[in-house]
Design a binder for this molecule. Structure first.
Ligand code: RM4
Ligand code: MN
Ligand code: MN
Length: 428
């Protein structure tokens, strides 16, 4: 079962009649404010966000996991799920692998399998936050006290080598970037030396960077806490930027929306990193308390809009081409349904951000007129952009209403029957 384009087109037939009508309305509303709907539709249609290979399985909390059944049993089945996802959204055209959760023996075959289903390979993710015989020198060393920041030379060496391995694997898959998220930090004050830890991480990143192909980028992903609860080496965007600057011009920062303390002004961080040419990638999710990995746009959609607006500013009116990925944990929803909802939320945010009259906003800012600036923002934010997004999907051959199409398809029931009710995907 693949939710083939012909089937999707069939689903679109009835919804399409209403869409034409709704679209006419929003086109005229935008036109009245001098905005071109066609440009927004084209931009939304071009946008794509990677699905991580581990997100097609059920997520877990510290307290348990409730598998949904029919989870992919191997990487090829994960690609099947992501292809099905992309067939309804038209906006998940790549997958991001986490190694060794996914460590294909036949990368060329996997690449081909993905290509046949319209799925390419986005940034590679290395994993030095868990002990695994294949990443810790056959089990001879442990990451218990860190990987690149470890005082133990053997652990540092194993961590560097794992990253080199992930780059080599990525080259075979057609990826162009490596994302390094480190669990390294401290659980207790005094446990380690802040500066020495930073220096060791910078040194490890330099060794990894030296192995990068010319057309690759390296992303450092910051996070303030967890699993280390006193300090994290790459704790914030400032540290991430220091690491990137120390590493080289193709080292950039990756912003995971959940990796900020409550109330942090993430849109300002996005602006700063873009300003210095070091914004490399994004992990989208939403949160109420910490790194909750909830559905993108489900808790603070206005903040998401403001963040995407800074991306549009960075791209001077267009969405810049960065490594966009969804990084969520689907504990109680069907993972594919959550990914559909997250992708849709992002497409809405892109459309809303493109509805901002940037010239009018600039004028209001120049005139020190915050009320007028607020009107410009609110007009965009409160525009019902759903018909624009639906039209972008229709043009991509995807579903006008992807969640409804997926539900109607019976995909979950079909894979449960095929793969088994106890099939579990690899991941945390
Ligand atoms: C981390 C971080 C990384 C992700 C792991 C699983 O919190 O968000 O990007 O790879 O979780
Ligand atoms: Mn992340
Ligand atoms: Mn995270």
């Amino acid at each position: 079962m693949q939710l083939e384009p012909e089937w999707v087109a069939e689903q679109n037939r009835s919804a399409g009649r209403h869409l034409d009508h709704d679209l006419d309305h929003v086109v005229s509303v935008l036109g009245r404010h001098g905005l071109e709907a066609e440009r927004i539709i084209t931009e939304v249609a071009a946008f794509s966000v990677a699905a991580p290979s581990w997100a097609v399985g059920t997520g877990a909390t510290r307290f348990g996991r409730f598998p949904i059944g029919g989870e992919p049993r191997n990487l090829l089945e994960k690609l099947d799920d992501i292809a099905a996802l992309n067939n309804v959204t038209g906006a998940n055209r790549t997958v991001s692998l986490h190694v060794p959760w996914d460590d294909p023996e036949d990368p060329a075959g996997v690449r081909q399998y993905g290509a046949e289903r319209g799925i390419g390979f986005d940034a590679m993710n290395s994993n030095t936050f868990q002990d695994n015989p294949s990443t810790t020198d056959g089990g001879a060393v442990s990451y218990k006290f860190g990987s690149l920041a470890n005082t133990d030379e053997g652990a540092r060496k194993a961590a560097v080598e794992h990253n080199l391995y992930v780059i080599d694997l990525g080259v075979q898959l057609g990826s162009r970037a490596l994302t390094v998220w480190l669990a390294d930090g401290m659980n207790h004050p005094g446990q380690a030396d802040f500066r020495a830890q930073f220096d060791r991480v910078a040194d490890g990143l330099a060794q990894i960077y030296a192995h990068l192909p010319q057309d690759w980028e390296l992303f450092t992903e910051h996070k303030p806490f967890e699993p280390a609860f006193y300090s994290t080496v790459n704790a914030d965007w400032g540290t991430s930027l220091l690491l990137a600057q120390a590493t080289g011009p193709r080292a950039k920062c990756l912003v995971d929306l959940g990796h900020h303390l409550p109330n942090t002004n993430i849109e300002q961080i996005v602006s700063r990193l873009a300003m210095v040419g070091r914004l490399g990638g994004f992990h989208f999710n939403d949160s109420k308390y910490g790194d909750d990995d909830l559905t993108t746009g489900s808790i603070r959609p206005y903040q998401l809009f403001l963040i995407v607006l800074e991306l549009v500013n960075a791209g001077d009116g267009f969405m810049p081409t960065l490594a966009y990925m969804l990084d969520e944990s689907h504990n109680v929803k069907d993972p594919l349904e959550d990914l559909i909802q997250a992708t849709d939320a992002l497409q809405q945010a892109v459309a809303q951000a493109l509805c901002v009259d940037r010239a009018a906003l600039k004028d209001a800012q120049t005139d020190n007129d915050p009320a007028r600036a607020a009107e410009v923002l609110m007009r965009a934010w409160r525009t019902d952009v759903r018909p624009l997004v639906a039209e972008a999907r229709r043009r991509n051959g995807a579903a006008i209403d992807p969640w409804a199409a997926y539900r109607a398809s019976g995909y979950r029931q079909a894979v449960r029957a095929e793969r088994g009710a106890d099939a579990r995907a690899t991941g945390l």
